[in-house]
Design a protein around this ligand. Structure first.
Ligand code: KMH
Ligand code: ZN
Length: 293
């Protein structure tokens, strides 16, 4: 046994094997950022497709999508969602993940109907959380109905965890309904939301320790927690989510110029961590997402 191999730690809970890459998810738009205040926010289908191509080039493998209407307001209009999934599949090989969280004002029925747009994946938030001055509602019966629909329709869920209690609800969901479509559990720690878990290394480590055995996870830090969460996630072997949904400030006093520059920064750090950005096909293999191209 060489010194190098004898000192290399074995993969631990929630950690990828040595040498594995980093899956970068781009969340380019979200539902909260105001286009008037942030003109570079992609809100039209053309803007979204352009952003998606640039982010793919910069190292993204997954796109987490919220759409906007003609007035740049968040919408869950089904025809628009279908057109969006189609356009993103035509123009990139990214894994297309639709948000079922929408905006805090979206009713449950419309959030469930998002799956009818036949995305590759969807977000599934594992509990209600205070969300700034609002409340992001995800009661248990809604979570269950959404989860069962993902299994029936063949959509791979990503479990969005805004708080440690959400991890307990994820265990409860898996115990009750079994494995997700695709057979693999992948989670996203959304940290630093006012009302959710803190965006710091100690909280990230505690959250990762509580995840189901064999689960993979990404992390994103909202606002000024972006960098601490990104560094902590890389240190503990996680995947990364970045994008203007989560931060519109690149560094103190310097607004984000494009989603691609956030992906570029994440890919550079992933390179430094010796876990370079995964391709979408590598991410598909990890997540159990079929290739629908
Ligand atoms: N816009 C937030 C209320 C998700 O995409 O599933 C919810 C959210 C989570 O962004
Ligand atoms: Zn979202």
């Amino acid at each position: 046994m060489t010194v190098e191999s004898s000192t290399r730690p074995a993969a631990k809970q929630g950690q990828p094997a040595a040498g594995a890459g980093t899956m970068i998810t781009i969340a380019p738009t979200g539902a909260e950022v105001d286009k008037a205040a942030v003109p570079v926010l992609p809100v039209t289908l053309d803007e979204l497709v352009t952003t998606a191509k640039e982010c793919r080039e910069a190292g993204a493998a997954v796109i987490h999508v919220h759409i906007r209407d003609g007035e740049a307001k968040p919408t869950l209009d089904l025809d628009r969602l279908k057109d969006t999934v189609h356009a993103l599949r035509e123009s990139t090989d990214l894994i297309v993940q639709l948000s079922t969280g929408g905006a805090v004002t979206d009713p449950f029925e419309r959030r469930l109907a998002v799956l009818d747009a036949a995305p590759d994946g969807c977000s599934l938030t594992c509990g209600t959380v205070n969300f700034g001055d609002e409340v992001f509602m995800n009661p248990w019966p809604f979570m269950c109905e959404l989860y069962v629909r993902t299994q029936q329709l063949g959509v791979v869920p990503e479990f969005e965890l805004f708080d440690l209690g959400h991890i307990a609800s994820l265990h409860r969901l898996l115990d009750k309904y079994g494995a997700p479509f695709g057979g693999h559990v992948h989670c996203d720690l959304v940290m630093g939301v006012p009302g959710g878990m803190a965006g710091d290394a100690a909280t990230l480590v505690a959250a990762v320790a509580a995840l189901p055995a064999g689960a993979t996870w990404s992390a994103t830090g909202i606002g000024r927690t972006t960098l601490p969460v990104m560094f902590a996630a890389l240190a503990v072997g996680g995947q990364l989510r970045v994008g203007m949904e989560d931060t519109v400030t690149f560094s103190r006093g310097r607004p984000v110029r494009s989603n691609a520059e956030l992906v570029e920064r994440a890919a550079t750090l992933a390179d430094l961590a010796q876990r370079p950005a995964m391709t979408p096909d590598q991410a598909r293999a990890m997540l159990g997402v079929p290739d629908r191209h």
